[in-house]
Ligand binder design. Structure first.
Ligand code: ADP
Ligand code: MG
Length: 349
């Protein structure tokens, strides 16, 4: 082998992963807004928050950041539940209980909890992790008795001031009236029934249009929640991010390079992470020049193109779609309603 291979370097960038709190930038007012209701939750006035934003904008990162903050600075227990790829209430409730079971003390399992969770076999211990797989019938029962079981579980953490429960990627449930009705009933019950005395803060995260869908099903669902929509980061946050991330591995950006990185990131955290990563691997010294930055941006653009855009292009790669696209170009139509386009298209198209 006449070239050198190196596996010693480690990128500080995290494209496609929620950012670790150390590299987290911006979002001060959103963080503040979530924290505003924390004391109410500690006082057993359960709080419900809905965080919205498009894919890759940083919902999971923000939720995790607040969770970490509360765990480090307040006496809170953070519990994270992902509902990604799930579209049933049973699956959601199972995931929530599984997350709680992974946080309770071992002694909980010695105190005969079977009655709570149906059959004992549905709880599997795999190393340090607990898997909860109730059968169909049990799952349905768990949905019905969710608030009672939750009450019991929350009681297991009476050394904490509050439980901060993140339910991420709620998107799959957004069409479901069943979910809306169930959650409303849950929120109502714990509000009016004195036997529920929960220091609990629930934060959902999902796409804006999914939240709208849910509210559309029942306006009073929307009234349960505090809400915040996150959009692009400020350029100054993006700039700070690059300076700190490169600094953490002993690298520095020249000013014109930094300007380029900020410009092409366009405030998108996902873009910024991809660009940073590509530039990191492109650079062969401690100083990042404008040329290195430009090369990195091109690489990142290509990679993002392959991951995010090509699958869509492939899907529309048929003769008909091509014809339609060419006609759009010919008539210089950049956005359109279907009926405006129809005059240019053949029957088949
Ligand atoms: N505030 C932030 N500072 C730095 N990087 C961020 C920030 N928010 C998000 N990111 C990065 O952006 C990408 C998308 O973030 P993520 O939280 O997964 O978005 P979402 O959950 O909205 O899809 C990830 O690579 C993550 O590391
Ligand atoms: Mg996410």
């Amino acid at each position: 082998m006449n070239f050198e291979l190196s596996i010693d370097r480690e990128s500080p960038f995290q494209p496609g992963k929620p950012v670790s709190p150390y590299y987290f930038k911006g979002r001060h007012s959103s963080i503040q807004k979530i924290l505003r209701y924390y004391n109410n939750a500690c006082d057993r006035d359960v709080q419900h928050f809905f965080l919205t934003g498009k894919k890759g904008i940083g919902k999971t990162s923000l939720a995790e950041f607040v969770k970490q903050y509360l765990e480090d600075n307040k006496n809170a227990l953070g519990i994270y539940v992902s509902n990604k790829g799930q579209n049933s209430l049973e699956a959601l409730v199972t995931s929530i209980f599984e997350a709680f079971l992974n946080n309770v003390e071992k002694s909980f399992f010695e105190r005969g909890f079977e009655s709570l969770f149906g059959k004992l076999e549905s709880i599997e211990f795999k190393g340090a992790k607990i898997h909860f797989k109730p059968d169909e019938e049990t799952s349905r029962d768990l949905v019905a008795s969710f608030h009672y079981i939750l009450n019991e579980l929350v009681g297991e953490f009476d050394d904490k001031d509050c439980i901060f429960l993140i339910i991420d990627d709620i998107n799959g449930l957004s069409q479901q009236e069943e979910f809306v009705n169930w959650y409303k009933r849950f929120a109502d019950t714990i509000e009016v029934d004195d036997s529920f005395d929960l220091p609990l803060y629930i934060l959902f995260a999902g796409y804006p249009e999914k939240f709208d869908n849910l509210v559309l099903q029942d306006l009073s669902f929307g009234r349960i929640f505090h809400h915040e929509e996150i959009t692009n980061l400020e350029d100054s946050d993006v700039c700070q991010f690059f300076v700190n991330a490169f600094d953490s591995v002993g690298m520095t950006c020249q000013n014109d390079a930094l300007d380029l990185l900020v410009l092409f990131s366009q405030g998108s955290p996902l873009m910024m992470q991809h660009i940073g990563d590509a530039v990191f691997w492109q650079a062969d010294g401690e100083i990042i020049t404008k040329e290195t930055a430009a090369m990195g941006i091109l690489t990142a653009a290509n990679e993002l193109g392959i991951k995010q855009i090509r699958p869509d292009l492939n899907r529309i790669e048929s003769k008909h779609y091509l014809n339609i696209l060419l006609k759009l170009g010919k008539h210089q139509i950049y956005s359109f309603q279907k009926n405006e386009l129809e005059q240019y298209l053949s029957e088949e198209e």
